[in-house]
Design a protein around this ligand. Structure first.
Ligand code: PNS
Length: 173
C-alpha cells in the first residue's frame, strides 16, 4: 500500500462529553497523522441517552482543541465508513483502554472492514493515568455532585457544572 504524502485520520465517538482520555488519544494521533478530524456521531452503536446535545458536544470539542490547528471537529450522521470516505480519511483511530474495550472495538472494526475494506483502523492506548476514564463515569460522578475537575478540561467542567448544578439531572438514568 502506498503511503500518501499527507495522512488524515478520523477519530469518531460519542464524546458525551470529551474527557482528558479522548484529548490524549487525539493529540497522540497527531504523532502518526498530519491532520485529525474528530467526529461526533449522531448514531452510537451502544446507544445511551446523551447528557449533551450533538451541538453541545461539538462546541466542547471545539473549545478543547482550539489550540490545535491540525484538529477539525465535526459531527456526522449515517455510517462511519461512508463519512470516512467522504472526508478523505483512510485511517480511523480509536482508543483502547483495557481488555474490556477489545471485544466491542474488534466487532466494530471487523464490521467496518466488511463494509469498506479500504479504511484501516488503528488503536492507541491512553496515558496510564487516564486508562480508567470513561465519559459515562464522568457523567455519573458529575450528575451525583462529585468533583470531575481532574478528568476533563475547564470548558467541559464548566458545562458539566451548569448541567448538573444543584443536583439538576441527578435522577436521570
Ligand atoms: O464513543 P462511542 O460511543 O464508543 O463511539 C462509537 C461510534 C460512534 C464510533 C460508533 O457507534 C459508530 O461508528 N457510529 C456511526 C454509525 C455506524 O457506522 N455504525 C456501525 C458501526 S460498526
Amino acid at each position: 500500500m502506498n503511503r500518501p504524502e499527507s495522512v488524515t485520520a478520523l477519530y469518531p465517538g460519542s464524546f458525551d462529553p470529551v474527557t482528558l482520555g479522548h484529548e490524549d488519544i487525539a493529540r497522540r494521533t497527531l504523532r502518526v497523522a498530519d491532520r485529525l478530524i474528530v467526529a461526533v456521531a449522531e448514531t452510537a452503536t451502544q446507544a445511551k441517552r446523551p447528557a449533551f446535545s450533538l451541538e453541545e458536544r461539538l462546541a466542547m470539542l471545539g473549545e478543547v482543541f482550539a489550540d490545535e490547528p491540525r484538529i477539525e471537529c465535526v459531527s456526522f450522521s449515517g455510517l462511519l465508513v461512508d463519512f470516512a470516505k467522504r472526508s478523505g480519511a483512510p485511517l480511523v483511530v480509536r482508543g483502547l483502554r483495557a481488555v474490556s474495550d477489545f471485544e466491542y472495538e474488534f466487532q466494530m472494526a471487523q464490521m467496518n472492514r466488511e463494509l469498506s475494506p479500504g479504511i484501516e483502523f488503528i488503536f492507541l492506548t491512553p496515558d496510564a493515568q487516564l486508562s480508567f476514564l470513561s465519559a459515562s463515569i464522568v457523567r455519573e460522578v458529575a450528575r451525583l455532585g462529585g468533583d470531575v475537575s481532574p478528568f476533563v478540561s475547564p470548558p467541559v467542567l464548566r458545562r458539566l457544572n451548569e448541567r448538573f448544578r444543584d443536583g439538576a439531572g441527578a435522577q436521570e438514568s
